[in-house]
Design a protein around this ligand. Structure first.
Ligand code: NAD
Ligand code: ZN
Ligand code: ZN
Length: 389
């Protein structure tokens, strides 16, 4: 079968590999029909996630049709159309019992090292040996461990190109909004106008926000304005001085600042603004300027939520502002997809959520390597691709 594999730093390739087989009796083999590339895949492309191996199959957002089931599978059967969660959860451990599946104890090593550096949350499809070395879904077939837990049936009125995004981006954006306490009347500022930030902006309104302000520096702000007309935007590249964003947000909100700040960036560092996962190889860096911007922007007793992926320790963190002004600083974690996906599927069915607003390109699996390079450079207005397999 064909699959997109990692071939070293900044090199991916569509190659022929062997088809996966059932290993455990709780496995399902899925014939992939749709997948996508996530902002998080760029961390892999850049070789900045440790424990990548040549030949690793990428892809953690995908859907497909059940092809084969292990002897203990009871909830799905051959021919069912399903979406997979990006996390691989066991469904029965301490955290899975609370549907906090991103912290599954069976597919994750709950070590001191984990507590220090993070990153080793539940197993993940196509996301290096750091998260279990599970083959991903940018392929014709993949093996889904704990298939009864990690697959959700898609009804006929939800096409692949919508249902697919329940894997990750929709659940992630939803989690970032509800976990940070966006509620009726909240003024919300979102850093990053990528797919996660865009959906977070949309979901902030769905959860009652009165205003949503999105901060970024490129063409995506125009995209946001065209697709989400109620959203206000700030182009940080046009602002002067190190506190430009903070000053602008205060000006826009009667001097107090937004109630809630959502970090939907990380992994990107134009003009040296960010120091995150990419340069965290030494696992000790300066704080991303964004985090201080968020802390300093929000009103007193405001909330700051971090969904962009960070690794390890950080310095120059404005703990003084957090303490004196009562700021709630919240790590949103990898989104616990299982907590939300049934409800979010219903919202897609009702038309409350339209994932297609994010999709800019439709491509074929065979072209995925070229797509990665374009996606990396944000060329051609590319932000979210629907990959038909
Ligand atoms: P993306 O790369 O498509 O978008 C990030 C955006 O941030 C870009 O438009 C970029 O221009 C903008 N940006 C860069 N520097 C900025 C700054 N200083 N201020 C404001 N904006 C800035 O990424 P995405 O797919 O939207 O994902 C966003 C983040 O969410 C990534 O770090 C990704 O790894 C993470 N993520 C987390 C989870 C989770 O469960 N926690 C799941 C999926 C993705
Ligand atoms: Zn992702
Ligand atoms: Zn578990």
């Amino acid at each position: 079968m064909k699959a997109l594999v990692w071939q070293g730093k900044n090199k991916v390739e569509v190659v022929e590999v062997s088809k996966p087989a059932i290993i455990e009796d709780t496995d399902v083999i899925l014939k992939i029909t749709g997948s996508t590339v996530c902002g998080s895949d760029l961390h892999l492309l850049h070789g900045s996630v440790v424990e990548m191996q040549t030949g690793d199959i990428l892809g953690h957002e995908f859907c497909g049709v059940v092809d084969e089931v292990g002897s203990k599978i009871s909830k799905v059967k051959k021919g069912d159309r399903v979406v997979a969660s990006f996390q691989i959860a066991c469904g029965s451990c301490h955290y899975c019992d609370q549907k906090l599946s991103s912290q599954c104890e069976k597919t994750n090593s709950n070590t001191i090292e984990n507590a220090m550096y993070g990153g080793r949350t539940a197993g993940m499809f196509g996301y290096s040996h750091f998260t279990g070395g599970f083959a991903g879904g940018q392929a014709e077939y993949t093996r889904v461990p704990y298939g009864d837990v990690n697959l959700l049936k898609l009804p006929d009125d939800v096409p692949d190109e919508k249902g697919l995004f329940l894997s990750d981006v929709i659940a992630t954006s939803w989690n970032c909004v509800v976990d940070t306490g966006v509620t009726k009347g909240s003024i919300v500022a979102v850093w990053g106008a990528g797919p996660i930030g865009q959906m977070a902006a949309e979901f902030a309104f769905l959860n009652g926000a009165s205003r949503v302000i999105v901060i970024d520096c490129n063409w995506r702000l125009d995209y946001v304005k065209s697709k989400y007309p109620n959203v206000e935007t700030v182009d940080f590249s046009q602002l002067k001085g190190p506190k430009g964003v903070v000053t602008k947000l205060k000006e826009m909100t009667d001097g107090r600042g937004p109630d809630v700040a959502l970090e939907c960036v990380a992994g990107e560092y134009p003009k040296g603004w960010l120091h995150t996962i990419e340069i965290a190889a030494g696992l000790e860096t300066d704080t991303s300027e964004i985090l201080n911007e968020m802390i300093e922007s929000v009103k007193n007793y405001g909330r700051v939520g971090v969904t962009g992926v960070y690794v390890g320790y950080t310095n120059h963190f404005n703990i003084g502002s957090i303490m004196e002004r009562g700021i709630r600083f919240i790590g949103n974690g990898q989104a616990p997809v299982h907590l939300y996906w049934e409800d979010l599927l219903k919202r897609i069915q009702k038309g409350e959520i339209d994932p297609l607003k994010m999709v800019t390109h439709r491509v074929r699996m065979e072209d995925l390597d070229k797509v990665y390079y374009k996606f990396d450079k944000k060329e051609d207005g590319m932000q979210k691709v629907y990959v038909q397999t």
